[in-house]
Ligand binder design. Sequence first.
Ligand SMILES: [Zn+2]
Length: 118
Amino acid sequence: MVEVLSRLNRIIIFLLHGVNVENASYGLTICAERSAICSAVSGGCRNFKVIVIATGAVSDDCIGPCGACRQFLAEFGTEWDVYFTRKDGSYKKCTVGELLPHAFVPESLNRSGNAYIS
Ligand SMILES: [Zn+2]
């Protein structure tokens, strides 16, 4: 975990790195996004403001997280920012909620742990 001072907001930011953790049984592979979030949670962080997704992939477009990662991010709220970077340093920005509209989130459960049916 690396701690830096944001030049824009004058707030302390913790930079956490995530990597893809490949598995011979492909279904058990964990993406870098979930890896970074698990690292943060294990360090006591559950309130996120931004995640930056950077890839080395050669593409003209930004590459977003997979569906599983979108759901995983939404568990921690839908109003935080996601940046997608390109190799040339340009980027796109959106919120988790924009990535996964109508997300199934903790608030989707009632107090007995059952999902609301609407
Ligand atoms: Zn993923």
